[in-house]
Design a protein around this ligand. Structure first.
Ligand code: AMP
Ligand code: FE
Ligand code: FE
Ligand code: ZN
Length: 288
């Protein structure tokens, strides 16, 4: 065994959301759901916040599981939204915190604009959305979707996203997010390990030259195991992985009742979890 590296056990799911962003369960319940599905190592990766870490870590260790601190950082590349998973960074890093604070407050203003616009045509108010959002949580369209469901204007989140929340409906407003290069640099500078989430999702794939530039800036790998990735995209990314000896993860992107994704539907190998831990210097896993 490598010195200084404690043992963790697989199977591992490194992409889970709680009520600290757009999941529907508190962190402890998310960890319990993962435990029931047979997982032994988990990361909590709420959008643009670390506020769920403490509760998740405690729940994990009490169940004999290993906890990896994580976050899903909102970024952009031209018109595309890019999600960068960040593992084991220093949560007190000032530059990273300043940026996630800025993203969260931009998300809030943008959600209010979307709701005001929808409210012109439908019976929906900002209070309806606040009622669906945890205290201090990172606000997103999923909370607006939940408010639409509560108002009887959609059957579930999926229907809301396919209808009123779809950009073609005319209510969509984007929010500020740094470009992907900035996100990767900030995460790496905070001692973290940046990995692009669902990199081969439909319409999400970044051009290879952009990906190679991000790898030069410290991008560590790709989440190739994710239900939204396309087979052709995965095949293209596998070539980059081989060329640059990158880390590959697989995870569920569990959102509680907010999505059909279930903990453990994709997992990350022990070898790759060990590589993430070895590469990180900003924080350490919490072992049972
Ligand atoms: P936002 O970041 O506020 O634009 O909202 C995007 C979030 O909505 C992502 O984190 C997804 O997890 C979630 N999302 C996107 N499409 C769907 C869908 N069809 N059903 C449920 N959640 C979705
Ligand atoms: Fe989400
Ligand atoms: Fe995502
Ligand atoms: Zn996610």
């Amino acid at each position: 065994m490598r010195s200084g590296v404690q043992r963790f056990e697989g199977p591992s799911d490194l992409h889970l959301h709680s009520v600290h962003s757009d999941g529907t369960e508190p962190p402890a319940q998310v960890v319990q759901a993962a435990h029931r599905r047979g997982l032994r190592t988990v990361a909590l990766t709420d959008h643009d916040t670390t506020s769920g870490w403490a509760e998740a870590a405690e729940a994990a260790t009490s169940l004999g599981m290993t906890f990896l601190p994580g976050m899903e950082f909102s970024a952009t590349q031209e018109w595309r939204s890019v999600h960068v998973l960040a593992y084991l960074f220093d949560p007190d890093n000032a530059a990273l915190r300043a940026e996630t604070d800025r993203i969260r407050s931009a998300r809030m203003g943008r959600a209010e604009q979307i709701v005001a616009s929808i409210g012109g045509d439908y019976d929906l108010t900002w209070d309806d959305v606040v009622a669906q959002t945890g205290d201090g949580a990172t606000v997103g369209r999923p909370h607006i979707a939940d408010a639409l469901v509560a108002r009887g204007l959609a059957a579930d989140r999926a229907e809301a996203f396919a209808g009123i929340l779809h950009p073609s409906a005319g209510y969509y407003v984007p929010h500020y997010a740094p470009d992907a290069a900035t996100a990767v640099r900030l995460i790496a500078a905070a001692g973290g390990v940046p990995i692009i989430a669902h990199p081969a999702g439909r319409g999400r794939m970044l051009p290879v030259p952009v990906l190679e530039e991000l790898i030069g800036l410290g991008l560590a790998g790709f989440e190739l195991g994710h239900r939204e990735n396309t087979a052709s995209g995965i095949a293209a990314l596998r070539k980059l992985v081989a060329r640059h000896d990158l880390i590959v993860t697989g995870s569920s992107d569990y959102h509680g009742l907010g999505k059909p994704n279930l903990p453990g539907e994709h997992t990350t190998t022990d070898e790759m979890v060990a590589r993430i831990i070895d590469r990180a210097s900003g924080s350490t896993p919490v072992y049972p």
